[in-house]
Design a protein around this ligand. Structure first.
Ligand SMILES: Cc1cc2nc3c(=O)[nH]c(=O)nc-3n(C[C@H](O)[C@H](O)[C@H](O)COP(=O)(O)O)c2cc1C
Length: 307
């Protein structure tokens, strides 16, 4: 997110120089962020004490643009034709979806409820990610459903599989062969993993975040919108607790992130947004290739043994 169409096009060209593999371009969708001056000022004043403690100077004015497939991005996509375009937090307008589909590009989007999955299928997506509450990263919710009422993957996945005809991709807590095999048993056509890859050596994760992931337990994470402006799952730390205690509302995404992310640059675990799902401890592999290889072999072995 935040890239111009030219910047995204250059990154895609760079990827293709380094790899002949398939490419998935992902767009998180959010409206133009708007915050009142009072709201922004209250959040800036609250965070100033942490900026002072880290010698970061004044809290900057919050920044951020809409997350969307602009006409420039659409033209770029139709030109470079990635294998897959995926969306998080809903999908763009139907004309954009039609244009992407007409170019032969496979479209994926995430759902956190059966109703969201049905909406996505009706909009013409080719596959749906069923994201359980275990998942790391942002909740993909786009229908305003209460976070506390959303289901874990074990409940959500078979219900989404029953509700739609398109393939369903399981996300949330899948981190090894066992969890992948379970997802396939529940009707998934594929799995998507996030947290497990955070622990791989290739991941662009700060040392403090890496240490927190290594020390994580099954019950050390919280879902909150206070770090970024949208609900996401994090390992609990002082920054998170302090924002909860403040009683303040976050600024809209990505404005809130533009204020909280700089605090992590100090390398302090307590001030870094520690994105994590509930299954960080399951992934112990050190390279992404090893993780995928081991997971595929183990899942297959388990499914064969079961059959
Ligand atoms: C640090 C992090 C960043 C993520 N960023 C994105 C993103 O930009 N777009 C997206 O579609 N999903 C994103 N995800 C969500 C994952 O695609 C997926 O739903 C989730 O990680 C699956 O659960 P798991 O973390 O238990 O594997 C992110 C996940 C993590 C952990």
């Amino acid at each position: 997110w935040g890239l111009t169409a030219d910047e995204a096009g250059r990154r895609i060209a760079g990827f293709r120089q380094m790899s002949g593999g398939s490419l998935n371009v992902n767009y998180p969708m959010w409206p133009e962020p708007r915050a009142t001056a009072e709201m922004a000022e209250a959040m800036r004043q609250h965070l100033q004490v942490h900026y002072d403690a880290k010698g970061l100077g004044s809290v900057p004015a919050p920044r951020g643009k809409a997350g969307d497939v602009t006409p420039e991005h659409l033209a770029m996509l139709l030109d470079v034709k990635p294998d897959v375009v995926s969306f998080h937090f809903g999908i763009p307008d139907s004309a954009t979806i039609r244009a992407i589909k007409a170019a032969g590009i496979f479209i994926i989007s995430s759902a956190t409820t059966v109703a969201e999955a049905r909406l996505l299928e009706a909009s013409g997506v080719d596959a749906i990610i069923a994201q359980g509450t275990e998942a790391g990263g942002h909740r993909a919710t786009f229908s305003g459903v209460d976070m506390t009422m959303q289901a874990g993957l074990f409940s959500l996945l078979p219900q989404v599989v029953d509700a739609v005809r398109v393939p369903v991709i399981a996300a949330g807590g899948v981190a090894d062969g066992r969890t992948a095999a379970a997802a396939f048993m529940l009707g998934a056509g594929a799995v998507q993993m996030g947290t497990a890859f955070l622990r791989c050596e290739e991941a662009n994760v700060q040392p403090a975040h890496r240490r927190a992931l290594a020390e994580a337990t099954e019950s050390c994470t919280v879902v909150t919108d206070l770090i970024s402006g949208r609900p996401a799952r994090y390992i609990r730390n002082k920054l998170l607790d302090d924002l909860v205690d403040s009683g303040l509302k976050p600024l809209p995404i990505p404005m809130q992130l533009s204020l909280t992310l700089p605090l992590g640059q100090s390398g302090d675990r307590e001030m870094t947004p520690l994105f994590s799902g509930q299954s960080a401890t399951l992934a112990r592999h050190t390279s992404a290739a090893d993780l995928v290889q081991a997971l595929a072999e183990d899942a297959l072995r388990r499914l064969r043994a079961f059959a």
